[in-house]
Design a protein around this ligand. Sequence first.
Ligand code: ATP
Ligand code: MG
Length: 608
Amino acid sequence: MSNPTPTSSTPATPAAADTPKLSNFLRQIIESDLEKGTYASRKWAGSPGDAAHHAAGQPDPAKIRTRFPPEPNGYLHIGHAKSICINFGLARDYGGVCHLRFDDTNPEKEDIEYVNSIRDAIKWLGFDWNGSPNAEPYQASDYFDFMYRAAEYLIEAGHAYVDEQTVAQMRDNRGDFGKPGVNSPFRSRTPAENLERFREMRDGKHEDGAMVLRAKIDMASPNINMRDPAIYRIRRATHHNTGDTWCIYPMYTYAHPMEDALEQITHSICTLEFEDQRPFYDWLLERLIEGGLLAAPAPHQYEFSRLNITYVITSKRKLAQLVYDHKVTGWDDPRMPTIVGLRRRGYTPESLHLLHERTGTSKAGGWTDYSTLEGCLRDDLETKALRGFAVLNPVKLTMTNWDDVMGVGHLEPCTQPALPHPPEGTEPPPPRHFTIGKEVWIDREDFEEVPPKGYKRLFPGNKVRLKGGYVIECTGCIKDINGVITDVLATVVPDTKSGTPGSETVKVKAAITWVGVANGVNAEVRMYDRLFLDAQPDAGGKDFIESLNPNSLKVVTAIVEPSLANALPDQKFQFERHGYFVADRVDHVTGSKPVFNLAVGLKDSWGK
Ligand code: ATP
Ligand code: MG
């Protein structure tokens, strides 16, 4: 992948604390729990641990505890941003703490690159984890010892058994929605026999896949997740944290509830696909509280509906495919819905907080229109992004009378506000400075030799204002042998300079943006469009690669005014009349010319 610059020097945003927040079912649940004191008796020993550990601690200063538990196997995307806003936002709003926990119980897939990018993404969104800006994230693999102990307890209490059926037998005996499962022939072994087998599993006496530990619940349960789910498997794999200490690893559905309970989580918030797991979550924690291993009250799981945005894919696996198949330039390609990609595209933390609020938090599914996402960025940049002139498809305009009326080679200084409407109560930034001379660059679309009906810009005989400069009258154009216009010709109307007395006496119907040939700077401008042509590229098992938009990137050489040439990486601008652009945080400084990415157009072009 290309190399995203480290973000540690970027100050954390105040998490858009002033974004208006609507109530939602999660807020209501938390408010009710706080009122009833559901979690008021909890103790917190200062670090995660079992019942005895917390019993020795102080009353928990955090009113609630939430968590964000990513698996470090890819880059976070816009759906994760929502989950981050929910979990960290609720903790912040209700005097709580949100834990960042790397769910690294699966030994094979983790990578330090992903761990670092997840930390960066959360900081960038304006949040700290685990109660202080310098706290280290928690790691689920630190709880392997406890998870093993809990498994031995379940075996001893008759709640778990080692099953030696083959994978196929287990699948056949699980039943389905209409058919109850069949008890395993190994289900009636004594706790002592099970304990012996389980210890053999741990000690490497059996092959990978030879047997699993299963919870002993109910093979006839209407919820298939309660039909004796597997909780430990044999897997000889080196773990990035625990090395070769273990050759058995806990299953996710077994590990996750314990991770929450050890960390004294109160509200465990996840997406709806985990709803069917909640009975097992509750069952397991009840058993372990009963056995005195975990502190009561148990955390409770709540589910909300995941964020789906049209024309956007939010599956780590599919995003990884785009990266590895080189359909994009990397995880941080500005077309990617990853947090690093959105950031490189010009998205701000505030715009993503706004998206989170505007899309709401509920159990009702549905699709958010891509234009909602773009609207959030536009609304955020409107009062923040400095203005500038950029000519994206340049053609030269020559003022043929310039030398006579203004003086040979004369360059007239011009200024324009950098921010016409600064946010209330803030000082406007200093204005922009540039010059106008005999030759300027204009956009090709601003000249028509034969104007279509209603066209108000340049055509022979028409007058327009060069914004911030003079009124000019178009006199014609010059073409090359192929009929391509190489020069637009005009005359300058003296005494019409913007902001000078009497400049308004010559009336025009349009003002166009321009850049002086004398001080314009060449820049690479990357015009991005949606990555997919299909609004739901991966719905119903479709091959999303087939709907990739072949025109999702067009690179143009533009000419920009001097103030833009000094842009800092990541700085956002409004190129007047064109849209919002960001100086590319990777290539802007390293290349031979400034590089800008289209963040979002000025108007919603999606309704068309
Ligand atoms: P993926 O399927 O893309 O790999 P995941 O759900 O496995 O995502 P994790 O990194 O394991 O993601 O989990 C981080 C958290 O983010 C989970 O609680 C998950 O529910 C949540 N999350 C993932 N995708 C979305 C989404 N589109 N909208 C809201 N929350 C999401
Ligand atoms: Mg996952």
